[in-house]
Design a protein around this ligand. Structure first.
Ligand code: AMP
Length: 598
């Protein structure tokens, strides 16, 4: 029941007192966006006045925006590499932040093939927690009764490593799930989950997924929402069910736990809820043994009101598959965040994926916006660009996000391109357009054109022994199967047909490409099983010329035509696929360990 209007919210009637406070916080913070931004910047600059970085630019303790903007340069991760390396090597002096760096968060964005290391400080956990605490109050405005059931969320921790100086390096969500903020969160009837903490915190991904799925099946009638962080993660869970339902049904039938589950914490809590339930086991077996899995989510979890997964940006490619498995349940994209900083939330989470806009919360960091004009004079000649304040962005325009954080990133380019769709009070709302320079992505991997080119070059080395070269290539992220995989189309020039590369050699080329791709890709292949083996499809000679003819017939200029290094337009895919002469898959796994190569 909605509480009465003691604390009315323009967003709608809050579901409970706690929600009322959260909604009021959103209202106040967005109404005073500019003042909040001014305060945030002043706080960051005054507490960090004595850091080596700010002293280098002679800020002399100034905290006002104009001085900051005139003295501090806009930077990328690469500019900060020397400082980050020193911190990683154990330098504890206040280089970027006056507060001690508590750990590094390993971003899915990479630099020289390795995950970027984002320094963070202890109190950032509170800020992340604060943003999380706003999500359910907003959701409760749109979906009543979520306190009457549970959420089935597939959440995982990932491998950790230590820097040479002894700081932990791990993904932001691993850090959050392992924190007391998550582990000892107070009971909230609107946010009860079927997955026990022990299952989420188990580093073995099979045991973790198995036990989360088992608990979700046992409590199938209580489940009101189903989710994972990204769409790819939820689909991986569905695939897991396809592969493991027989054993899961067996456990439910007999009330005994699969021997492969050895984690004592998981065994303890799962055996407490696992009782012989032959009827449920029959039901699971009946549904899962059907050839057609269309609508499987709503068949197994009939009370699901929505899927809670991010399907904006690169994840949009999974919308049709999610619709297939869920019979078109609403897809809720609730928040926009990164390892560097959590940015904001979707105030209308039940809207269509194509209409999702994220409202940046002005208390999270100091935000600036670089007008995104790829061909403008400054971006080619390097003259100083003019950054725009949070409250001054213009509806319809695109910007690159630039942040200054409490943890010590100053005017840092995140690499995301956003388009302003409107305002909530004076805080702008953004459509996530894309991340810069990403060509291929299946899960959290992001492969850019330079990485693909390098991988191509390394693989084509193998062909040299066969007097063969790759004349042209393009690529495609194939997400029709789960997990998805990279497809690379090759047109070859075989100079000595008597010594042409064999099937086995071309398979090896697939693996050579994988070995050259960045560590996030390789982790997805090896540890997360979220990316399938890379495929090379060799196409007939002349195919790329046909591709050019096609582009020109559609109006491309013959002088400016360049082979697209990634394709996803159906007629082009059809053309390429109709010219395939052979297909090859990576025969093994590339090398990957949690330790960094550099
Ligand atoms: P990471 O640093 O690995 O946490 O990745 C953060 C990046 O993921 C962001 O900078 C975005 O490019 C992307 N991302 C995060 N949240 C969203 C979202 N809601 N929609 C689209 N892309 C997102």
């Amino acid at each position: 029941m909605a509480v009465d209007s003691a604390m009315p919210s323009p967003l709608g009637p809050p579901a409970c007192e706690k929600d009322a406070k959260a909604l009021q916080f959103i209202e106040e913070t967005t109404r005073n966006a500019d003042a909040v931004q001014e305060r945030v910047l002043a706080e960051i600059l005054s507490r960090n006045a004595e850091t080596e970085y700010l002293k280098r630019f002679k800020l002399h303790g100034a905290t006002e925006r104009d001085t900051f903007k005139s003295l501090i340069p806009m930077i990328t991760y690469e500019d900060l590499q020397p400082e980050i390396q020193r911190i990683a090597n154990g330098d504890r002096s206040p280089i970027l932040s006056a507060h001690p760096i508590s750990e590094f968060l390993t971003s899915s964005g990479t630099s020289a093939g390795e995950r970027k290391l984002m320094p963070t400080i202890q109190e950032e956990l509170d800020r992340r927690q604060l943003l999380y605490s706003l999500l359910m109050p907003v959701m409760n405005l749109y979906v009543p009764g979520l306190d009457k059931g549970k959420g089935l969320y597939f959440l995982f921790v990932k491998a950790e490593s230590k820097t040479p100086g002894g700081l932990l390096a791990r993904p932001v969500l691993t850090s959050y799930y392992k924190s007391d903020h998550f582990k000892t969160r107070p009971y909230d009837p609107y946010n009860v989950q079927t997955s026990p903490n022990e299952a989420i915190l188990c580093a073995d991904s099979f045991q973790s997924m198995y036990s989360q799925m088992l608990c979700g099946l046992i409590e199938r009638h209580q489940v009101l929402r189903l989710g994972a962080v990204f769409a790819s993660g939820l689909l991986r869970a569905i695939r897991f069910l396809q592969l493991n339902w027989t054993q899961l049904a067996h456990d439910i039938r007999t009330g005994t736990l699969n021997q492969k589950i050895t984690d004592p914490g998981i065994k303890d809590c799962v055996t407490r809820i696992l009782k012989p339930q032959p009827e449920l086991a029959d039901f699971v077996a009946k549904e899962c043994s059907k050839d057609n899995w269309e609508g499987i989510i709503t068949r197994i979890w009939p009370n699901t009101k929505y899927l809670d997964v991010i399907v904006t940006g690169a994840m949009a490619q999974y919308i049709p598959t999610l619709d297939h498995y869920s019979g078109g349940l609403p897809l809720a994209c609730t928040m926009y965040a990164s390892s560097e900083c959590y940015f904001g939330l979707n105030l209308n989470p039940m809207c269509k994926p194509s209409e999702v806009s994220y409202t940046i919360m002005p208390n999270m960091a100091y935000f600036e916006f670089l007008p995104h004009e790829p061909n403008s004079a400054w971006s080619t000649r390097g003259s100083a660009p003019k950054l725009v304040e949070l409250v001054d962005v213009e509806v319809g325009k695109e910007y690159e996000l630039v942040i200054t954080t409490y943890a010590g990133l100053y005017r840092y380019r995140v690499g995301d391109i956003l388009r302003v769709t409107g305002f909530h009070n004076s805080a702008p709302q953004f459509h996530f357009v894309r991340r810069k320079n990403v060509l291929l992505s299946i899960d959290s991997d992001k492969t850019d054109e330079a990485e693909l080119q390098k991988a191509m070059e390394n693989a084509s080395e193998i062909l040299r022994n066969f007097n063969t070269s790759v004349v042209e290539y393009t690529s495609y992220a194939d997400t029709k199967t789960i997990p998805g995989h990279y497809v690379i189309y090759w047109e070859l020039l075989v100079k000595d047909p008597a010594n042409s590369p064999s099937q086995e050699v071309l398979n090896r080329c697939c693996l050579a490409m994988e070995e050259s791709l960045n560590s996030v890709y390789r982790q997805g292949r090896v540890a997360d099983n979220s990316i399938g083996p890379l495929e090379i499809r060799v196409v007939k000679n002349g195919t790329f010329e046909e591709l050019m003819d096609y582009a020109i017939s559609r109006g491309a200029s013959i002088n400016q035509y360049k082979v697209p290094r990634c394709v996803n337009f159906t007629p082009i895919m059809e053309l390429l696929d109709s010219r395939v002469v052979s297909a090859h898959f990576s025969p093994g796994l590339p090398r990957w360990t949690p330790e960094r190569r550099r």
